[in-house]
Write a protein that binds this ligand. Structure first.
Ligand code: URP
Ligand code: ZN
Ligand code: ZN
Length: 472
């Protein structure tokens, strides 16, 4: 079937122009003025804005953590993403098995039957030995080109510097990209033990025991290791001005470093943890200061950061009370697990559905980034860095017809009811929005039509990515 989206204003990472889009099957086949193709279904987009479907490079679906699991799985999280205009997400595979192949197979078992949008995997490397080193290149046959390493979570996820250096070298040899979680695990462990011994149990101690300078130092260290390995590095969840400084410094030295921030780091601070419901804002790394919010906006505007992901890792605020989800009562243990001890609060916040609508109003609408930067930061740059361009992240003939039609005039009071996350709270409750996704297409198929959900479990497809992605 052919579809023509008529007279919309297209926004890409580099241009804004009016045109028609002809879709045939799963692909965009033509973009130009006045397309006429008899028998096509016509969608009138006069007065509407059109962007490529969002790409969220950082989500955690169905992720076991402490004594629970992140409350969105590969169906509910994908559905929430789609309602917010995101048509591709990338999820992290924990290295919880003897072999990487087994870990990836287990994640496919969870994800494939439930997927409602297209998705890719990053592989966590949290244990390195010769067998793992030998197996990493085989990830390419599994369509995985990206490896996440951690300088924190001692005894659980952290690698030593020499191990990170080895991962970076293997990545370079195989056209892969290493992603870094940058905090100082040793300092965190000491400060946490001291805080607990002093009887400090409330959420604000989460931020107080994870100092910002640890992130700055670990970002410097990661970039320096990447330089020594002659390899590229993507720093996830950049949360403060000082980390951006390190990325700029590394770029000046000619290192291929990339930085991703997430909306909570742009809008919230460590002060939010002091609220009576402060556990809602607990994630790692923590949110920082108003000056860091500002520094991150500046870095998005001047190109020092390349992507905005979400680190979507939702938990219920009160997992003892069920919510209704698709007609069923659902309760999943959440933040209340840490009521008496902040170290037991599951780390993570919801956001995959919030990202585009919130950034449209409070990024573009507020004049902090341009509409084209919005598309680059939320879609096109991730497609390039992660080896999906131009299949994804583009409005071009030959690209997948992943398309969002926005109503730029729609005004609404945002919150849980719109977000569709499977959790009992939203960080942006009662925020006023202007402009909102109206129709969302995945490979030419209408998934979201206003408030109607037309997607399905199993409708999403795994994206088998190729190595040697574009270094932007
Ligand atoms: O608090 C967070 N972000 N949880 C997810 C794990 C991670 O490090 O990204
Ligand atoms: Zn992380
Ligand atoms: Zn994460």
């Amino acid at each position: 079937m052919q579809i023509i989206i008529k007279s919309g204003t297209l926004i890409t990472a580099s241009e804004t122009f009016q045109a028609d889009i002809l879709i045939e099957g799963e692909k965009i086949v033509s973009i130009c003025e006045d397309i006429d193709s008899p028998g096509s279904k016509i969608i009138n987009a006069d007065g509407k804005l059109i962007t490529p479907g969002g790409i969220d490079p950082h989500v955690h679906l169905d992720l076991p953590m402490f004594d629970t699991v992140s409350s969105d799985d590969h169906y509910t999280g994908h559905k929430a993403a789609a309602f917010g205009g995101t048509t591709t997400v990338m999820d992290f595979v924990p290295q919880d098995f003897d072999t990487l192949q087994e870990a990836v197979d287990a994640w496919h078992e969870k994800a494939d039957p439930k997927a409602a949008i297209d998705f890719g995997f990053h592989m966590n490397i949290t244990r390195l030995d010769e067998q793992v080193e030998d197996e990493i290149p085989a990830l390419l046959d599994m369509g995985i080109t990206t490896l996440k390493v951690f300088t924190a979570y001692n005894g659980r996820l952290r690698l030593q510097d020499g191990e990170i250096f080895r991962v970076l070298r293997i990545a370079r040899e195989n056209g892969m990209l290493t992603m870094l979680h940058a905090e100082n695990g040793d300092v965190i462990d000491i400060l946490t033990a001291e805080a607990l011994a002093a009887g400090h149990t409330t959420p604000e101690w989460h931020a107080r025991t994870r100092p910002g300078r640890g992130g700055v130092e670990a970002t410097f260290r990661g970039a320096a290791l990447a330089e020594q390995a002659n390899s590229a590095l993507y720093v996830v969840h950049v949360n403060q001005r000082g980390e951006v400084d390190q990325l700029r410094f590394a770029r000046q030295r000619g290192v291929d470093v990339f930085g991703e921030t997430c909306p909570p780091y742009l809008f919230f601070t460590a002060e939010h943890l002091s609220r009576p419901d402060g556990s809602k804002w607990i994630c790692s790394p923590p949110m920082r200061s108003p000056d860091d919010n500002l520094g991150l906006w500046e870095a998005l505007a001047d190109g020092s950061l390349q992507t905005i992901g979400t680190d979507h890792c939702p938990f219920f605020y009160d997992g003892t009370q069920p919510i209704e989800y698709e007609g069923e009562q659902v309760a999943i243990p959440g933040k209340e697990l840490g009521e008496k001890d902040f170290t037991k609060i599951p780390n993570g916040v919801p956001g995959v559905g919030d990202r585009l609508p919130i950034l449209w109003t409070y990024g573009v609408g507020a004049g902090r980034i341009t509409p084209n930067q919005f598309v680059a930061l939320t879609s096109t740059n991730a497609a390039k860095i992660f080896g999906l361009y131009p299949q994804k992240g583009a409005l071009l003939p030959g690209s997948d017809a992943d398309i969002v039609i926005w109503d730029p005039d729609r005004e609404l009071t945002y919150g849980r009811a719109y977000a569709h996350h499977r959790t009992d709270y939203n960080l942006y409750e009662d925020w006023q929005l202007v402009g909102y996704p109206e129709k969302v297409y995945l490979r030419g198929e209408l998934l979201v039509d206003g408030e109607s959900w037309l997607g399905s479990r199993g409708g999403g497809r795994f994206l088998h990515r190729e190595p040697n992605a574009i270094m932007i």
